[in-house]
Write a protein that binds this ligand. Structure first.
Ligand code: UDP
Length: 334
């Protein structure tokens, strides 16, 4: 069992990962500046698991504050979730994205080296594959060609971590390339709570279902896909969180860098998702066909064999579970 620092641990994926780690007997320390989450998430994690993670309200790019945390806690491994993640905002404010996401990662790596912590798991994204290869994306498919600064920050941090692992033979780096995380914990105590207008499909659908928005815009119905709408690999956030537990076990036994896709390998179109949500929850989602969103791909889905063979992990929940749990969480907010 390890003592694990989760940067961004009160966020959507971080909070679910905290729950899965605590349930497997790991100790969890959370560092989060609450820029896109709130302190009550720590209480909710405790309510689900019966264990309270240590919580530090700090900015991970604040060298002094981070060093003080490492001084106090004997952190054995880090899962690095902290970072800005809104694609559209990254186009409007690229410097803010590069500064925050890169600074945070560099300060974290330097601090880990200073305190002799040698294991890091990084929240990367399938967006690093860009439009360079056909689907399914494999871990050895070419990367780059990202369509926005957010994606490039993931690409650059992957590179920084790989170089750091090359230079330090004790370092173990696991890059996890997430596909499209959706859903929520079955307790409905934690889930995705975007501020402002949601960028992503599932939170937009749940807000339409809740009456917070009057319809969904379907961004393009003329893609080269079976029904013309974009195809993505949606993965239940609890499955994704369990992938981190598997990655942590892997990082304990290996050094160097290893990359894993965390997806289901199954593509679902926007129209299929709308219909699945309606069926799972007995609701109607009004929608209109809107122009394509700049930078969107027709297809994105994972080749999942490597995670299955090497991490002994595979996603188990289906689209119906994702739709049901996402809605249950949204209803809890009403
Ligand atoms: N999408 C949509 N309407 C929305 C949000 C998303 O039609 O309000 C589509 C989008 O074009 C893409 C899919 O839903 O085909 C998933 O989009 P999301 O932003 O959730 O993930 P990403 O595109 O970053 O994989």
């Amino acid at each position: 069992m390890s003592k694990v620092l989760l940067t961004g641990g009160t966020g959507f994926i971080g909070s679910h990962t905290a729950v899965e780690l605590l349930e497997k007997g790991h100790e969890v320390v959370i560092a989060d500046n609450l820029s896109n989450s709130s302190r009550d998430i720590v209480d909710r994690i405790e309510k689900i698991t019966g264990k309270r993670p240590a919580f530090y309200e700090i900015d991970v790019a604040d060298r002094g504050a981070l060093a003080a945390l490492f001084e106090k806690e004997s952190v054995e491994a880090v899962i690095h979730f902290a970072g800005y993640k809104a694609v559209g905002e990254s186009v409007a404010k690229p410097l803010m994205y590069y500064r925050n996401n890169l600074d945070t990662s560099l300060t974290l790596l330097e601090t880990m080296a200073r305190f002799g912590c040698h294991r890091i798991i990084f929240s990367s994204s399938s967006t690093v594959y860009g439009a360079l290869s056909p689907c399914p994306f494999r871990e050895d498919s070419p990367v780059g060609g990202c369509s926005n600064p957010y994606g490039w920050t993931k690409f650059m941090i992957e590179k920084i971590l790989q170089d750091a692992a090359r230079a330090d033979e004790q370092l173990s780096v696991v890059l996890l390339r997430y596909f499209n995380p959706v859903g929520a914990h079955e307790s409905a105590l934690i889930g995705e709570k975007p501020g402002g207008i949601p960028n992503n499909l599932m939170p937009f659908i749940t807000q339409v279902a809740a009456g917070k928005r009057d319809h969904l815009n379907v961004f393009g119905d003329d893609y080269e896909t079976p029904d013309g709408t974009g195809v993505r690999d949606y993965i239940h956030v609890v499955d994704l969180a369990r992938g981190h537990v598997a990655a942590l076990n892997y990082a304990e036994k290996h050094t160097g860098t290893e990359i894993f896709n965390l997806g289901t390998g199954k593509g679902t179109s926007v129209m299929e998702m709308i219909r699945a949500f309606e069926k799972a929850n007995g609701l109607t989602i009004p929608f209109v066909i809107a122009p394509r969103r700049p930078g969107d791909l027709a297809f994105s889905y994972a080749e999942t064999g490597k995670a299955e063979t090497v991490l002994h992990w595979k996603a188990e929940k289906n689209i119906e579970d994702m739709c049901r749990d996402a809605w249950r969480f949204e209803k809890g907010l009403l």
